[in-house]
Design a protein around this ligand. Structure first.
Ligand SMILES: Cc1ncc(COP(=O)(O)O)c(C=O)c1O
Length: 456
């Protein structure tokens, strides 16, 4: 094991940040709560740089990166073709407040590769995209309620920040659980939460509420809940229900977009939603998002009475457009998906073998570009509540032991591991060897680890 240099500089920066930035981070998701990490290290790690499949923290520790910034980095950090395209664009200015040719080029490209994209509007983040998609659905259907699923995260805006995480599992399934203070009660009344992958429940809920419900929004694979896949036929069932009862189906492809296939989950599962949202991987790390949809629905966007407003100062800015065009052009080269599929499949199989060898029952679920292990005695995990039966302690210990050995995964085991085009054969070998070591270490009682390693 290469010796880890500790987290002292990260810790100092974190303490300094606490004085100026609430909770010391710019996004709550970065605030680690893993008790194993937090008892020895900073509550968040500060990064100095990232290149290819590797990332370096401010203490000089190098990691093979499987967080990849919660998914966006699909080609590799600072990927040359994207880097060049961005710099070529920013020499001509970064934002015009008027449209540019790159927007048309990217919209055309998306319409070619994404099955439901007859038209596209651009935004800058996943939060913005889902917020606008919901408004489009409401404007188009003239209905106000929305059905979402437990454990599905669609961004930080008020409309959908319900029952995403850590909700009381004893609560009624249909009862939306707000994830933040400050979300108005009036908005809660517009949200219906359901259990995912349950054919009968959703059918009853749609039947009962369709007169007032604009849309069903779903992540096609649970990208915020350990990559739980849809049951065969479930996404088709959602589409059929929406068509039958006059609701719109929205796929939130912010995570699945370009990770499952060139045309996202809708291509992989052959289901065309009425609307879809993309972000993360479409810019390989640059801030960009898109709402794609069928023409009839998208044409509700416009100016004046009878239209839906969508806009943004930075929407369609040439730098993000250039990043996304370069990313998608790279992704269209067959070798990129071949590599990700090959690398991810080997890693998934290897992790499965390690759990088996360690005599720990676990499910490895998801797809080669986005997957997770779930140590559990359950035979299958099909919805968010099933994750309650996961060995959270083992996940926490594993993450920490991996971190010490140069492998970066997210501390929250509900966040999948991501693979990218820059992960190499050497990364794979090191990851599997390290994982085996980390697994052994994770089984040692925590008190013994603390005494042995952190006596200073
Ligand atoms: C499925 C999904 N939708 C929306 C979002 C929000 O995206 P952003 O963080 O860019 O606002 C996320 C973020 O993780 C996500 O996973």
């Amino acid at each position: 094991m290469r010796s880890h240099k500790g987290f002292s500089k990260s810790l100092r920066l974190y303490e300094e940040a606490l004085k100026y930035i609430p909770a010391g981070v710019s996004s709550n998701a970065r605030l680690w709560a893993n008790p194993f990490v937090c008892s020895f290290a900073a509550c968040t790690i500060f990064i100095e740089r990232a290149f290819g499949s590797h990332i370096w923290d401010v203490d000089g520790n190098e990691y093979i990166d499987y967080r990849l910034a919660f998914g966006p980095v699909i080609l590799g950090h600072s990927y040359p073709a994207v880097h060049r395209a961005v710099h070529k664009a920013d020499e001509k200015g970064t934002v015009y407040g008027l449209d540019n040719e790159l927007e048309v080029k990217l919209a055309k490209l998306l319409c070619r590769v994404v099955p439901n994209a007859e038209m596209t509007r651009f935004a800058n983040s996943g939060t913005e995209a889902t917020m606008h998609a919901l408004r489009i659905a409401r404007g188009y259907t003239k209905k106000e309620k929305v059905i979402k699923f437990e454990g599905h995260y669609h961004g930080a805006h008020d409309y959908l920040l319900f029952s995403t995480q850590h909700m009381p599992f004893t609560a009624n399934i249909g009862k939306p659980h707000p994830q933040s203070l400050g979300i108005p009660e009036a908005i809660k009344k517009l949200v219906i939460t359901e259990r995912w992958n349950d054919f009968e429940r959703i059918e009853k809920t749609v039947k009962k509420n369709h007169r007032h419900t604009a849309a069903v929004i779903t992540e096609p694979v649970m990208g915020n809940a350990a990559a739980i896949p849809p049951k065969p036929g479930y996404l088709k069932h959602l589409k059929e229900l929406c068509e039958k009862y006059d609701l719109l189906l929205i796929f939130d492809e912010v995570k699945t977009g370009f990770r499952l296939a060139m045309g996202g989950a809708q291509e992989k599962f052959k289901i065309k939603p009425h609307l879809a949202t993309f972000s993360k991987s479409m810019g390989n790390g640059y801030p960009i998002a898109a709402i794609t949809g069928i023409r009839d629905v998208m044409e509700i966007i416009g100016k004046g009475p009878g239209h839906v407003v969508h806009g943004g100062t930075f929407a369609g800015n040439p730098v993000s457009m250039a990043a996304s065009i370069a990313t998608i052009e790279e992704l269209r080269k067959r070798k990129v998906f071949n590599h990700i599929n090959n690398y991810g499949s080997k890693l998934m199989r290897g992790l499965g073998d390690i759990f088996e060898k360690g005599k720990i029952s676990a499910i490895i679920q998801g797809y080669p570009g986005m997957f997770m292990y779930v140590p559990t005695k359950k035979k299958e995990i099909t919805n968010y509540r099933d994750l309650g039966a996961c060995d959270v302690n083992l996940c926490g210990r594993l993450q920490y032991e991996l971190l010490l050995r140069g492998i970066m995964i997210e501390e929250d085991f509900e966040e999948p591991m991501y693979t990218c085009f820059s992960h190499s054969k050497k990364d794979l070998q090191k990851t599997l060897a390290t994982f085996e070591e980390a697994m052994k270490a994770a089984k040692i009682p925590r008190s013994a680890v603390k005494a042995a390693r952190f006596r200073k």
